[in-house]
Write a protein that binds this ligand. Structure first.
Ligand SMILES: [Zn+2]
Length: 109
């Protein structure tokens, strides 16, 4: 079972206490963007075998949204952090790089 620590209240919550919110760090497109950009924002998602960044809500706890970095193959959790960030904290990126040599954060902005 997936267990994530809520970065706000510190509770180690089981997956049943959380609500999945899909991929994190999406670049949003709005008025003035091209149809292709908006279509990509609405429908295109990564589905990696490995490191993935996701949005989760502590729905049966404090109710706040946060981000989690984890491996989709091993379910190893590299860390959780505030949803009000545009990229993972350096500490989490370092932890991922240590476990997955050659991995690097992709700039989505
Ligand atoms: Zn919480």
């Amino acid at each position: 079972m997936l267990i994530l620590e809520c970065p706000y209240c510190g509770v180690k919550a089981e997956e049943t206490e959380l609500t999945a919110g899909g991929e994190a760090h999406l670049k949003r497109y709005g008025p003035g963007s091209s149809d292709d950009e908006f279509e990509g924002y609405l429908f295109t998602r990564e589905n990696p075998m490995g490191v993935h960044f996701e949005r989760w809500r502590h729905s049966n706890g404090c109710g706040k949204w946060f981000h989690a970095a984890r491996s989709t193959t091993t379910l190893e959790v590299f860390g959780t952090y505030s949803a009000q960030t545009t990229e993972p904290p350096q500490e989490i990126k370092d932890k991922i790089s240590a476990r997955h040599p050659g991995w690097s954060w992709r700039d989505q902005s």
